[in-house]
Design a protein around this ligand. Structure first.
Ligand code: NAD
Length: 277
């Protein structure tokens, strides 16, 4: 693997940089994931709702890389929250992936209005105890949701995957996670490639290091301590996005990035998002 690993709160090692496959159609996922694995990625982030677990699984099977060297994440979709429905949905995800375990299973959204994430997570604890997920966690949970989950269940989530990029730096969540030993994983780390990569500060820092804006942003994530999962289907960009281990941002660069935070959400607000509930 080209990417270094972080140690999660249960001792499991997770590559700090992985490959995201949101919006990659199932019939293109096999090629994209294959390209990523050949380029040196060892962590893949999918989800039931992405409808590409099958293509992702085919690429994993054909990769020639040993299963234990790969780190596979999938997520439970909103409509399946609840104890029994979670167990069924997990079986379906494993079957589509063609795997007998995943490395990380995440609750995709908290859906506070549905009030089912505690029961859902109890099913996650069973899956974890059975060894069918090496680690369990959540996505899009606000500190208040994590607080309740930690109070009412036994396994502290290993990861919270949240929207995070230089224009939405999520200081409060990151501080809460650090306090509780939860790894922060950044989704839409490149700001979905819209706008962020043209911000003059980002362009200037990149130019200073002879790197691209995407590489400068990924470096910021790594040095901030985030797990990061950039997405691309373009082979040259897939390679570019993992070619970030031969330079470092300095204190001036980091200060310049700190000034870009403007609380700019590209995705839904977890407090109110209830699709599929
Ligand atoms: P991203 O920030 O990774 O941006 C991807 C887009 O940026 C690409 O489609 C492309 O247009 C552009 N891009 C990629 N590499 C580039 C490069 N080197 N140079 C220029 N442009 C480049 O956005 P994302 O896909 O939204 O997020 C990454 C992953 O996070 C997803 O694929 C998914 O796995 C995960 N995710 C999770 C959630 C969640 O709710 N848990 C939500 C969104 C995304």
């Amino acid at each position: 693997s080209k990417a270094p690993s972080l140690t999660l709160n249960n001792g499991v090692e997770m590559p700090q940089l992985g490959f995201g496959v949101w919006q990659v159609p199932d019939d293109e996922a096999e090629k994209a994931v294959d390209t990523a694995i050949q380029a040196g990625y060892r962590s893949i982030d999918t989800a039931a709702i992405y409808e590409n677990e099958t293509g992702t699984g085919k690429a994993i099977a054909a990769s020639g890389v040993a299963r234990e060297e790969l780190f596979v994440t999938t997520k439970l979709w909103n409509s399946e929250q609840g104890f029994d429905s979670t167990l069924r949905a997990f079986d379906e995800s494993l079957s589509k992936l063609g795997l007998d375990y995943v490395d990380l299973y995440l609750i995709h959204w908290p859906l506070p209005s549905k009030d089912a994430y505690v029961d859902t997570y109890k099913a996650f604890e069973k899956i974890y105890a059975d060894g069918r997920a090496k680690a369990i966690g959540v996505s899009n949970f606000l500190p208040e949701h994590l607080e309740r989950l930690i109070g009412e269940t036994s396994v502290v989530p290993a990861v919270n995957q949240i929207e995070l990029h230089p224009q939405l730096q999520q200081a409060a969540s990151r501080a809460f996670h650090a306090q509780h030993g939860i790894a922060t994983e950044a989704w839409s780390p490149l700001g979905q490639g819209k706008g962020l990569l043209d911000v003059p500060t980002v362009v200037a820092v990149a130019r200073k290091h002879g790197k691209t804006p995407a590489q400068a942003v990924l470096r910021w994530h790594l040095q901030t301590g985030n797990v990061v999962i950039p997405k691309s289907v373009t082979p040259s960009r897939i390679e570019e996005n993992i070619d970030v281990f031969d330079f470092e941002l300095d204190a001036d660069d980091l200060a310049a990035f700190a000034a870009l935070d403007e609380g700019k959400r590209l995705g839904p607000d977890p407090a109110t998002f209830d699709a599929g509930a």
